[in-house]
Write a protein that binds this ligand. Structure first.
Ligand code: COA
Length: 325
């Protein structure tokens, strides 16, 4: 018995923001952004919320799998930009779609979040605790990026992707994941400081600080191009596959240059590394499921093909999963 992806779905905010739109208020250019990142535009939430996007992606994944909300046993939502710290996004989704039989909780593994959710749900299904799960990566990063910081805000976009997974003859073959907390501060969102009536100075708005994301881009770049190939090599060993056996490498979409470098380091042709970053930018946990959904719905994935998914991000977190589609 294995765990297979049985349906996928995705949802995007309506508003598309091009690089040219950003040129209007920041000292940057379409040319610089395209050349350094491969990004041309991104979707940005205006009326949508993390919950509304996630719920829409989940409904579509259920429809694709031919399942009803009440069939779902488990919902794991991966996000760094939930609408509320609590109740968690997964519980909000449960209520929104009417999955009253599901248990639900969130995980935060940043851009590796969807992959960690897939691995966690797979472990539950394989140990027999649940028969199926809805896993979702959903972000409205536009509310936590600093729109005055040209080195980071140009990278990110909003969106959600989901997959319904369940018991099958074949599917997930091997999983690999890791973390390096000592490098956590190369990509972080500012802390919530301790402040209460017993602290010196008491409780004041002044103490609230910035809640924006901050990043050392070059450090993250170096981490990604060394760690992702290593994770992929490790998962291939666990799966007992040769690298040439893999039909598609579905990677986190952080930067087109990162993906080109990883392809080169692995010695694999770029055609095996599908990309949609040009249209969406980096949507953190939503990148992998949105790309999977596009590949699935456009008929680019054939049942029986070998896929390696790989994500990396804040934490630092990283991992790879080998699956038979
Ligand atoms: N527009 C124009 N110029 C910009 C700019 C922008 N949006 N952002 C930075 N610059 C400038 C810098 O100020 C610097 O100018 P200087 O040479 O006069 O000092 C110059 O461009 C080069 O900056 P640098 O930081 O060296 O660029 P880079 O080639 O490293 O590219 C990133 C920057 C952020 C695109 C790249 O480091 C990256 O993608 N890193 C990974 C980030 C990531 O993926 N994060 C999420 C992980 S999940």
């Amino acid at each position: 018995m294995a765990t297979r992806i049985l349906g996928t779905g995705s949802a995007m905010p309506e508003r598309i923001v091009t690089n040219k739109d950003i040129e209007g208020f920041l000292d940057t250019s379409d040319e610089w952004i395209r050349e350094r990142t491969g990004i041309g535009s991104r979707h940005i939430a205006i009326t949508e919320t993390t919950t509304s996007l996630a719920a829409e992606a989940c409904r579509k994944a259920l429809e694709d799998a031919g399942k009803k909300p009440e069939d779902v046993d488990l919902i794991i939502a991966a996000t760094v930009s939930p609408d509320y710290t609590f109740p968690c996004l997964a519980c909000q989704i449960q209520a929104e779609i009417g999955a009253e039989n599901a248990t639900a909780y969130d995980i935060n593994a940043a851009c590796a979040g969807f992959l960690f959710a897939l691995n966690s749900a797979t472990a539950y299904i394989e140990c027999g605790m649940y028969k199926n799960a809805l896993i979702v990566g959903a972000e409205v990063l536009s509310k936590i990026v600093d729109w005055n910081d040209r080195t980071s805000c140009i990278l990110f976009g909003d969106g959600a992707g989901a997959a319904f997974i369940g018991e099958a003859e074949e599917g997930v073959v091997a999983m690999e994941q890791g973390a390096n907390g000592s490098k956590g501060m190369v990509l972080f969102r500012h802390e919530t400081p301790v402040q209460n009536p017993f602290c010196e100075g008491g409780q004041s708005a002044e103490h609230q600080g910035s809640s924006f994301l901050e990043m050392n881009g070059q450090e993250v770049f170096r981490f990604a191009v060394s760690q992702v190939p290593e994770s992929i090599q490790k998962v291939l060993v666990k799966a007992g596959w040769e690298i040439s056996d893999v039909d598609h490498f579905v990677l986190h979409q952080a930067n087109a240059r990162i993906i080109h470098t990883i392809a080169k380091r692995l010695g694999e042709p770029e055609e095996k590394f599908p990309m949609n970053i040009e249209r969406y930018g980096n949507m953190s946990s939503a990148c992998i499921p949105v790309l999977l959904d596009e590949l699935n719905k456009s008929g680019q994935l054939k049942r029986g093909e070998k896929l390696v998914l790989s994500g990396f991000g804040a934490g630092l977190t990283y991992g790879a999963t080998a699956i038979i589609w």
